[in-house]
Design a protein around this ligand. Structure first.
Ligand code: 13P
Ligand code: ZN
Length: 273
């Protein structure tokens, strides 16, 4: 049974954890997972290869023939565990990477998330960098969204401010975070803009909307989103108490953390304020 496969169970668990943290009101957010060859092999007899091909809207040549587990458009994360066959489905890409077809799930007229172009373009960028990347996660992270109304929408500023909020942040996301200005969701344009940020980062914040995280497994991808959102929550609390910090982690402190934990931090984030 496909639903009993560990990767499906982990997918449902991750989405449910995000729902429990308040990141998935109504149908907010979406999740995609690129299957391993062994996982495709394990489920192949249950797949229906008779559905028509549908254009993705973008071309992801290096993902041709890959299978993805994806949340459904308009479906509620709240129902991932009690109505999985409506809430999620499996898709297969054709060899050109231009079209997909549904091979499992999306029952009762469902289809993949409206953010499929962003998900697949992000996967394409990440696979080209490291084939171990398998997950793209979009969540409506309350505090990161709140910050996009008060901080300049610059990668350097968001990275530095989040890093200052928790000593673990520069260790968990040493490459920093990307930010893009408000754009129409579900569009090809936002897919290009997001995947461009994914060349440099594993986190991309959409102003006034939410966050995308990329990762190699369910735990670390969820943990990345959780860590950034927690740092944002602390910053919202700090800014709510006072516009100025009485003390904070300084650039040399970050360099010392980098040495101690064996990570590299780009000096462009360690500017003098
Ligand atoms: P979907 O329901 O199509 O996944 O859209 C939710 C969302 O968060 C759009 O950005
Ligand atoms: Zn969204």
């Amino acid at each position: 049974m496909i639903l009993e496969q560990p990767f499906v169970q982990s997918f449902i668990q991750m989405g449910t954890d995000g729902y429990d943290l308040g990141w998935h009101e109504r149908n907010g957010g979406n999740l995609s997972y690129r299957l391993k060859p062994s996982e495709v092999e394990a489920v192949k007899l249950e797949l229906n290869r008779n559905n028509p091909w549908t254009p993705i809207g973008v071309q992801v040549e290096n993902l041709g023939g890959e299978h993805f587990l994806v949340t459904g458009s308009g479906r509620f994360f709240r129902h991932l565990s009690d109505r999985p066959l409506e809430s999620l489905g499996l898709i297969e890409l054709d060899e050109t990477g231009r079209n997909y077809r549904i091979v499992y799930g999306f029952e009762n007229g469902g289809k993949p998330t409206s953010e499929l172009p962003s998900h697949l373009m992000n996967h394409a960028v990440k696979v080209a960098i490291n084939p171990d990347y398998r997950i793209i996660y979009h969540a409506h992270t309350t505090n990161l969204i709140a910050l996009t109304f008060v901080l300049p929408l610059q990668d350097e500023v968001f990275t530095r401010e989040l890093w200052e909020m928790a000593t673990e942040c520069p260790v968990v996301f040493p490459e920093g975070v990307g930010v893009i200005g408000w754009m129409v969701p579900g569009s090809i344009e936002i897919a290009y803009a997001t995947s461009n940020k994914m060349k440099d980062y594993d986190l991309a914040i959409w102003a006034h909307h939410g966050t995308f995280a990329a990762g190699k497994d369910f735990d670390t991808t969820f943990g990345l989103m959780h860590t950034a959102e927690k740092a944002a929550e602390i910053l919202v609390k700090v800014l709510s108490m006072s516009p100025a910090k009485a003390q904070t982690i300084q650039p040399q402190d970050f360099r010392d953390v980098a040495d101690a934990f064996g990570v590299t931090l780009d000096e462009r984030f360690l500017y003098t304020k």
